[in-house]
Design a protein. Structure first.
Ligand code: GUN
Ligand code: FE
Length: 429
């Protein structure tokens, strides 16, 4: 089961700076795990020669990508409302739309569209916020499980500074979280895991944050939230948490910043200062860099080169629908573009991201959150996608290296549906 050989033009990250490229080669999957690349059919050990061979000759085979931060109930309004900053955008557009997910039929229709579209992208794994609504969250968990994609999914907590129609009491928020966790355990999912999801400090009381911190201490559950995205948001957190030395320290004070050794994702980190950065490094917090969102709602440019130099856990994210695209390939090229603006306009010592670096972040960078994921090297879970660049005509055909073909595909066709997708050795299509 889940053992086969793929033939094609194989490419993945060798390390953070370089790609490994194997033209017209063979990639073996055994029981859902990569056995690595063989340059010739004759190199494959005799015992495996009878495995099914799937011929993708002339096509690119790359690792599946990870999207470490998105909001499923915002998927319906992708491409709209990018003309305001975070706090207005939340109050005027986002909260009223998220409130609709109290209605299960509406949520079902929306989430079916979301999953159908996610299947077509290069993403094999994602971490998603849902709304405060437990039933709709469970519905999306079921749909994700059935799709074969792998994900951490979180019921959102909000018990203050939110409109009445999208606000829980502290008790309700915590009790519903416990009920959701227990329902999730009973469903014995293979592909989906729960992740605690306080929306951000402005929408969660100290009491609720402390309860979530206590739950992490008891259970080791992972957590996802937002951090230092927008200047008005940061000023607001200073007022709400006057004792804390920075926004990250406020999460830390509640036990919600990875200090219990639990996996933690913080989206954005556009304006993080030295102390906050140090704390993220110490606790192994993953930064979900979301350049499309940071541009749309004018949050700023995250100092991504600085985070790379400091060796922080770094990943890419669409942040739909602050971000517009559902494609992590498109996010890779956006990340490169904004890093050039940062270099030119903010700090000339911080060189732009290179293409191999962005590819690394999209694959191994985010994949490591899920375990041994994000590479086609021997020993990694077999997440792979097949891309067809044959229709992207150019007179340079035949002269381009594999790396150049991949780079060109990412820039000019990154939002096209992928040809085939494998997750943990399962061929989805
Ligand atoms: N901060 C709190 N909620 C949100 C959200 O929905 N999107 C973004 N981009 N930032 C947030
Ligand atoms: Fe977000």
């Amino acid at each position: 089961m889940n053992s086969f050989i793929l033939k094609g033009d194989i490419i993945y990250s060798k390390n953070r700076e370089e790609l490994s490229a194997f033209p017209d080669s063979y990639l073996m999957c055994r029981d859902g795990i990569s056995e690595g690349v063989y340059k010739e059919l004759s190199d494959i050990p005799e015992t495996y020669k009878s495995l099914k061979l799937i011929d993708f000759s002339g096509k690119l085979i790359i690792p599946g990508m990870s999207d470490l931060h998105l909001h499923a109930p915002q998927y319906g309004f992708r491409g709209l409302w990018g003309d305001m900053e975070l706090l207005d955008w939340l109050n005027i557009h986002t909260f009223p739309e998220e409130a609709r997910y109290a209605e299960v039929p509406y949520a079902k229709r929306a989430y079916e569209i979301f999953i159908k579209d996610m299947l077509t992208t290069s993403t094999t794994r994602f971490c998603a916020f849902f709304s405060i609504h437990r039933e709709a969250t469970e519905l999306l968990m079921d749909l994700t499980e059935e799709s074969g994609l792998k994900a951490y999914i979180g019921k959102v907590n909000m018990d203050r500074n939110s409109p009445d129609y999208l606000c829980e009491t502290t008790e309700e928020s915590f009790e519903e979280t416990l009920r959701w966790l227990s329902d999730t355990r009973e469903r014995h999912y293979k592909n989906v895991l729960p992740i605690l999801t306080p929306r951000f400090i402005p929408s969660c009381t100290d009491e609720l944050m402390k309860k979530l911190g206590g739950l992490i201490e008891e259970t080791g559950l992972p957590l996802q939230s937002h951090l230092s995205e927008n200047k008005s948001e940061i000023d607001w957190v200073k007022e709400l948490c006057p004792e804390s030395s920075c926004y990250g320290d406020a999460y830390e004070g509640f036990g919600c910043f990875g200090s219990h050794g639990n996996k933690t994702i913080m989206a954005h980190c556009v304006w993080s200062g030295d102390e906050e950065i140090e704390l993220m490094k110490k606790n192994g917090v993953y930064i979900a860099h979301s350049p499309s969102s940071n541009t749309n709602i004018a949050s700023g440019i995250a100092p991504i080169r600085k985070y790379l130099e400091l060796g922080l856990n770094l990943s890419l994210a669409t942040d739909m629908s602050g971000g517009t695209t559902n494609s992590i390939i498109r996010i890779m090229t956006d990340a490169i573009s904004v890093s050039k603006l940062y270099w030119r306009l903010c700090d000339e010592s911080k060189k732009p991201l290179t293409f191999p670096e962005a590819f690394y972040l999209a694959t191994l960078g985010g994949g490591s959150f899920f375990g041994k994921v994000g590479s086609l090297e021997k020993g990694y879970e077999f997440d792979a996608v097949v891309l067809d660049d044959s229709e992207l005509e150019t007179p340079m055909e035949g002269r381009l290296s594999l790396t150049e073909r991949l780079e060109r595909y990412c820039y000019i066709a990154g939002e096209r549906p992928v040809e085939h997708k494998f997750v943990a050795g399962q061929m989805l299509f």
